[in-house]
Design a protein around this ligand. Structure first.
Ligand code: AMP
Length: 444
């Protein structure tokens, strides 16, 4: 099957070709005709499946073909949980829509709002936004949502995890009742089903294989190691195996900073990316990592969510996540689009409970290794796990969860996610840094 057989317009086919795609992915094969039909859609798909083009291409086609209001109005609204995902989706909208005359723009928290207001004022067809900043601008009457024809909720499960449900409900109340709704989610929790039940009208349902749980292309392994030896082991593995593009996950922002600093001191170029970093620092780190100039990117879960890094060869869990599902999201960064990937987890005695929770979730036992020279002390005693709630860059506060208890792996929601819940996360409404990016509206 080709893209043209899916009924896409010549302008979109040209843009797709320019991206180098020849064959639609499974989600695209199913989502494109469904969205072109005009009905609602409920799709289970993770980042890496090609879902963005799956909703963007038919959305642009419908906008290009539908009647236009006299003045340019926001006719499609895409909501995403994080700034990075918003920026990436915005880029896709611009890339795929480059031969159309539609205009798009991206707005998110954490940066100055005036450039966003200035970009919106002349009129847009497509707005990509994180919920908090969108509501702020709407409340200040800078955004008119009364002409929205298509609503996309991207990574809806993560939006709920990050506590955006009330914001989403407020946004839904100001949208026209008659519209097309597309809901994308990696998981189908009860909350997602409840949201889908309220939002969607007789939706087409699409489910593509959950690649991370089935991903045969990801080689997953565990290195047992003492807590204090993890950094040394990581540096050793990177050097010994000549890994030149490694995404490393830490549980806390502080841990990410510290690890990046220490690796850099050992001549392994590394940068940290998390919710306390300015947007420009994050963008810079991500760009350097993507081009291969930066060997190691150290990230927290929320910062890494939705990062579009293709066919990443190595993902390392420097610490296991508190929430077992995050393991699945993390390793989903590697072995993408059929290429081989390797996911390595460094596990100390504190994390045995978390590891069991992950193995239960993915329904398999992971292969355990011990690297010669890094044998764990058989008498080591587990200690409580640092959760990084001590505020900006601080060490953990008093609420640390005992991560080695079986329960902590089954907790959901921002409260169990370590240091980056909504307040300090990616849609922070109070601009932390008054720094604006060049954000003029783009040709969609
Ligand atoms: P997404 O799941 O939307 O984040 O997309 C994951 C990656 O797959 C992105 O880098 C896309 O550029 C890429 N991609 C999307 N569709 C295709 C396709 N049909 N063929 C090859 N790569 C694709």
């Amino acid at each position: 099957m080709t893209f043209s057989e899916l009924g896409l317009r010549a302008e979109l086919l040209r843009a797709v070709e320019a991206q180098g795609y020849t064959i639609p992915t499974p989600i695209q094969r199913q989502a494109i005709p469904a969205v072109l039909n005009g009905g609602d859609l409920l799709a289970s798909a993770q980042t890496g499946t090609g879902k963005t083009a799956g909703f963007t291409l038919p959305m642009l086609q419908r906008l290009a073909e539908g009647p236009r209001p006299g003045k340019r109005q926001i006719r499609a609204l895409i909501l995403t949980p994080t700034r990075e995902l918003a920026a990436q989706v915005g880029e896709s909208v611009a890339d795929y829509g480059r031969h159309l005359t539609l205009k798009s723009h991206v707005i998110f928290g954490g940066v100055g709002q005036q450039p966003q207001v200035d970009a919106i004022r002349p009129g847009l067809d497509v707005l990509v936004a994180t919920p908090g900043r969108l509501l702020d601008l709407h409340q200040q009457k800078h955004v008119d949502l009364s002409h929205v024809e298509i609503l996309v909720l991207d990574e809806a499960d993560r939006m709920l995890d990050m506590g955006f449900i009330h914001d989403i409900k407020k946004i839904l109340r100001v949208l026209p009742e008659k519209r097309q709704n597309l809901l994308f989610s990696a998981t189908f929790s009860n909350e997602i089903q409840a949201l889908a039940g309220k939002l969607l009208d007789n939706p087409a349902m699409i489910e593509v294989a959950r690649r991370n749980t089935t991903a045969e292309t990801v080689d997953q392994s565990i290195y047992r190691v003492d807590r204090e030896k993890k950094r040394e082991l990581l540096a050793h593995l990177i050097t010994r195996h000549s890994w030149n593009q490694v995404l490393v996950f830490t549980r806390t922002k502080h841990g990410a900073n510290r690890l990046a600093e220490q690796l850099s001191k050992q001549d392994i170029p590394a940068m940290a990316i998390h919710g306390n970093k300015s947007q420009s620092a994050r963008t810079k780190a991500l760009a350097a990592f993507k081009t291969g100039d930066l060997q190691v990117l150290v990230a927290t879960d929320i910062a890494a969510r939705g990062l579009d890094i293709n066919e990443l060869p190595h993902v390392v869990n420097f610490e296991l996540p508190n929430v077992a599902e995050d393991y699945v999201h993390r390793i989903g960064r590697t072995g993408r689009a059929g290429s081989d990937g390797q996911a390595v987890s460094l596990v100390c005695v504190d994390e045995h409970g978390l590891l069991k929770g992950i193995e239960r979730l993915i329904k398999r036992d992971l292969v355990k290794h011990v690297e010669p020279g890094f044998e764990p002390d058989p008498n080591a005693k587990p200690e409580p796990i640092e959760n990084g709630r001590g505020g900006r860059g601080g060490r953990s506060g008093g609420q640390g969860q005992r991560g080695n208890g079986g329960n902590s792996t089954s907790h959901r929601g921002a409260a169990s996610r370590g240091s980056e819940g909504n307040r300090s996360g990616d849609d922070n409404r109070a601009p932390r840094r008054r720094r604006s990016r060049g954000q003029g509206a783009r040709q969609a």
